[in-house]
Design a protein around this ligand. Structure first.
Ligand code: HEM
Length: 411
C-alpha cells in the first residue's frame, strides 16, 4: 500500500464508509462507525470541549470533574491548592521502582485490568488502586511516580480517558472493562448506558492496530496476545534485541498492514490513531531501564515483564500479570506532551501508517482526506447530507442505509 498517493474524493469516502457492512453481531466489542470525516470532527469537538477541563484540572489536581464544573467556588479552589502538594509525585532523576511500599500483588478476579500495560503494572504494584477503578488524579500521580511521565501528557491522556471512557460525574474510569464502581449511580448507571472502561465498546481511546492486542473486530481488544508479542520481539531482534523507536515504527507499520488485510472494520483516525502510535513510542520511552542513561533502550528482559509475557519451554509465550522487572529504574527525565507529539509525527512521516479506514471489506483501505475535513463548506455539506435525512431518503436505499448508520452511531 503506498502512502496516501491516491486520496479519494470526500463523496467517495463518505459513500464507501456508509456502505460498510455492519459489524458482526456476535462480536461483543464490535461497533458501527459514522462516516470518517464526521468521526474526526466529532473527536476534535470533544477534544476542544474537554481541553479547558484538562488545563484546569492540571492546575488544580485536587479537584474532581464535578467540583470543576460546580462553579469554581472559592473555598474549593483554596482546598485544591492545598491538596496540590499531595497527588503529583516529585520527580528527582533515577529512582528504583518499585519501592518497598509497592510490592507486586497479582490482580484478584474482581480487579480490572485492560489494554494498557503501563496502567496494569501500576495497579499490580499498588501505585494505582488495585481494583483498577481510578481517578484522573490517581493516574497523574502514579504515572509520574512509576514512569516519570510528564504531567501535561498524563493529564491529557487521563482527561481523554474520563471524557471518552469514564464517568464525567465521578471523574473515574475503569482501566479494564465496564464496571459500576466507576459510576456515580453504581449498577443503576447501566440503565443510562454510560460506559466507564478502556475497552473498545464505544468511540473511546482504545483502537485498532495495537502492538500486542487484537483489533476490537476479533472480539477481544484488551488481552495480550502471545503471538503478537512474539511478532514484536522478532522485529526487535532486527535491532539487536532492543525495543528502539525504529523497531517500534516497524511494529506500527506491520500492525497497520495486518489490520488492513484482516479487519473489514479497521479504523485508524485522529485522535485514537494518534494515541495508538503514541503508545508504541511509550514502549521505547517508558519501559527502558533508567540505568542505561536518560531512559536508555529497553531490552527483552524489561519488556517481557511489563507485557506479562512468560516464555515457555516450547518457545511460545503465555500471559502472566504484568510486573516491574527486577533492579529497574524509571527514566531519569520526564517525558511529556511535546516529546510525545514530536515522536508521533516522526512515526507518521517515516512509515506507511496513513489515517483512514477499510470500507467494509479487507484490503479496501480508504485514506482519510484531511483536506476535505478541514474545508468548512464540505463539512457543512456532509452534516446536511448525513445528519438530516431528507425526503429523498424515502426513495433512495443508499440514503436510507446512510441515515440508519448515523442513527446507530448516535444512540
Ligand atoms: C496516563 C494515562 C494512560 C492512559 C489513559 C492510557 C491508556 C491506554 C489505552 C486506552 C491503550 C490502548 C491503546 C491501543 O488501542 O493500542 C494503551 C496502550 C498502551 N499504553 Fe497506555 N495509558 C496511559 C499511560 C501509559 C503509560 C504511563 C505507559 C507506559 C509506561 C503506557 C503504555 C502503553 C503501551 C505500551 C500501550 C500499547 C499496548 C499494545 O499496543 O499492545 N500507557 N494505553
Amino acid at each position: 500500500m503506498s502512502k496516501q498517493t491516491s486520496v479519494v474524493s470526500r463523496n467517495y469516502l463518505l459513500d464507501a464508509i456508509n456502505s460498510m457492512s455492519p459489524p458482526r453481531a456476535s462480536q461483543p466489542y464490535s461497533r458501527s462507525h459514522p462516516p470518517l470525516s464526521i468521526q474526526v470532527v466529532v473527536n476534535m469537538i470533544r477534544l476542544f470541549l474537554i481541553l479547558p477541563f484538562a488545563s484546569l484540572s492540571c492546575a488544580l489536581p485536587g479537584l474532581s470533574w464535578i467540583q470543576l464544573s460546580n462553579g469554581f467556588m472559592e473555598q474549593r479552589i483554596k482546598q485544591a491548592f492545598r491538596a496540590r502538594q499531595g497527588p503529583v509525585a516529585i520527580v528527582d532523576g533515577l529512582t528504583q521502582i518499585p519501592d518497598a511500599d509497592h510490592p507486586f500483588m497479582a490482580p484478584e478476579p474482581t480487579d480490572q485490568r485492560g489494554p494498557c500495560p503501563g496502567l496494569n503494572v501500576l495497579a499490580n504494584h499498588g501505585y494505582l488502586p488495585h481494583s483498577g477503578i481510578v481517578t484522573q488524579a490517581d493516574v497523574v500521580s502514579a504515572v509520574s511516580e512509576g514512569f516519570n511521565m510528564g504531567a501535561d501528557l498524563s493529564e491529557l491522556l487521563s482527561v481523554l480517558a474520563v471524557a471518552q471512557d469514564g464517568d464525567l460525574i465521578t471523574g473515574k474510569f475503569s482501566i479494564g472493562g465496564p464496571d459500576s464502581r466507576a459510576a456515580l449511580l453504581g449498577s443503576l448507571q447501566n440503565i443510562l448506558g454510560v460506559e466507564s472502561s478502556l475497552y473498545h465498546r464505544s468511540n473511546g481511546v482504545e483502537a485498532d492496530a495495537s502492538a500486542t492486542r487484537d483489533d476490537a473486530y476479533s472480539g477481544d481488544d484488551h488481552t495480550m496476545i502471545p503471538g503478537l508479542y512474539a511478532q514484536m520481539k522478532s522485529i526487535a531482534a532486527n535491532y539487536g534485541g532492543l525495543y528502539t523507536l525504529e523497531a517500534m515504527k516497524d511494529v506500527q507499520q506491520l500492525r497497520h498492514q495486518q489490520s488492513v488485510q484482516t479487519n473489514p472494520t479497521f479504523h485508524f483516525v485522529p485522535i485514537t490513531g494518534v494515541l495508538v502510535i503514541g503508545a508504541k513510542a511509550f514502549i521505547s520511552e517508558f519501559f527502558s531501564n533508567g540505568t542505561y542513561g536518560d531512559g536508555g533502550v529497553p531490552n527483552e528482559e524489561s519488556i517481557s515483564s511489563f507485557f506479562g509475557a512468560q516464555l515457555l519451554p516450547n518457545g511460545s509465550y503465555e500471559f502472566i500479570p504484568e510486573r516491574f522487572p527486577d533492579n529497574w529504574y524509571r527514566r531519569g527525565t520526564p517525558f511529556g506532551l511535546v516529546n510525545a507529539i514530536d515522536e508521533i509525527l516522526d512515526f507518521y512521516l517515516t512509515r506507511d501508517i496513513g489515517f483512514g479506514a477499510n470500507a467494509g471489506a479487507v484490503n479496501s483501505f480508504v485514506p482519510l482526506d484531511l483536506g476535505a475535513i478541514t474545508n468548512v463548506n464540505s463539512l457543512a455539506a456532509s452534516f446536511r447530507t448525513h445528519c438530516r435525512p431528507t425526503s429523498r431518503a424515502r426513495y433512495s436505499s443508499r440514503l436510507k442505509s446512510s441515515s440508519r448508520s448515523i442513527r446507530r452511531w448516535s444512540t
